[in-house]
Write a protein that binds this ligand. Structure first.
Ligand code: GS8
Length: 219
C-alpha cells in the first residue's frame, strides 16, 4: 500500500517550509492542507494536542510534530540518494547545533522587527544583523552550511529569506547591504527547484505581515 502523507501547514510559515522543501527534495508525494491558525481544524488539534501548532506531518495516520523533528523524520524515512543530515556523527551534531541556534535566535528576533517601534525596533535590527553575521561566519567560504551540497541547516534556515522583504520594509533597513554573504547563500539556495517552488513571494509575505501588524495593534 502506498504511503499516505499529509502536511498540516500554513503558507507563510518558515517552519512549514522546512517540511515542504525536504519532501520536494526527496520526491515524496504529500497532501498539503493549509490551516487557518485563527480557527484551527479539529484534525490539527487532534494531531498536535500539546502545542496545537503547524507544521504536523501525518504519515499513515501517525502525527509527527515540531519542524526539526519532522525534518529528521523525513530524512530517516526517505533517505534517498542525498540525505540532508551528514553521516559523520560530529557533522550531524554540528548540523543539529546550528539548527537549534536558528530556532532559538532567528524567529524571535525577526518577529520583533515587524512588531515593535522606536528603540525596541532599532535594537531588534541590530541584533538580527549580529545573528546573521554569526551565521555568515559559520558558513565561511562553503557554498552551503554542510559543505558542498544543500543540507539540513540550509533547509532549516532558507524559509526566513522569504520574510526579508517584510523585515526590510517594516524595519526600514537593507539586510543585503549588511550581510552580502548571507544573501549570496540564499540566492544559491533559491536556484534549487525545491526552494524556489516553496518560498512565497516577498510581497505576499509583506501583505500578510501587514495583517499581523494590525492584529498586534502596531498599524
Ligand atoms: C514552531 C511552530 C510554530 O510556531 C516548530 O514546528 O518548529 N517550534 C515549532 N507554528 C506557528 C505558525 S508559524 O509561526 C503556529 O502554528 N502557531 C499557532 C499558535 O501559536 O496558536
Amino acid at each position: 500500500m502506498a504511503d499516505e502523507v499529509i502536511l498540516l501547514d500554513f503558507w507563510p510559515s518558515m517552519f512549514g517550509m522546512r517540511a515542504r522543501i525536504a519532501m520536494t527534495e526527496k520526491g515524496v508525494h504529500y497532501e498539503y492542507r493549509d490551516e487557518d491558525l485563527w480557527d484551527k481544524s479539529p484534525l490539527l488539534l487532534k494531531m498536535n494536542p500539546i502545542h496545537k501548532k503547524i507544521p504536523v506531518l501525518i504519515h499513515n495516520g501517525k502525527p509527527v510534530c515540531e519542524s526539526l523533528v519532522i525534518l529528521q523524520y523525513i530524512d530517516e524515512v526517505w533517505p534517498g540518494e542525498s540525505p540532508l543530515l551528514p553521516s559523520d556523527p560530529y557533522q550531524r551534531a554540528q548540523a543539529r547545533f546550528w539548527s537549534d541556534y536558528i530556532d532559538k535566535k532567528v524567529y524571535d528576533c525577526g518577529k520583533k522587527i515587524w512588531s515593535t517601534k522606536g528603540e525596541e525596533l532599532e535594537a531588534a535590527k541590530k541584533e538580527y544583523i549580529e545573528i546573521l553575521k554569526v551565521l555568515e561566519s559559520e558558513l565561511g567560504e562553503k557554498p552551503f552550511f554542510g559543505g558542498e551540497s544543500f543540507g539540513f541547516v540550509d533547509v532549516a534556515l532558507i524559509g526566513y529569506y522569504s520574510w526579508f522583504p517584510a523585515y526590510e520594509t517594516y524595519g526600514n533597513f537593507s539586510i543585503e547591504a549588511e550581510c552580502p554573504k548571507f544573501i549570496a547563500w540564499a540566492k544559491r539556495c533559491m536556484q534549487r527547484e525545491s526552494v524556489a517552488k516553496t518560498l512565497p513571494e516577498g510581497n505576499k509575505v509583506c501583505e500578510f505581515v501587514s495583517i499581523l501588524r494590525k492584529k498586534v495593534g502596531i498599524e
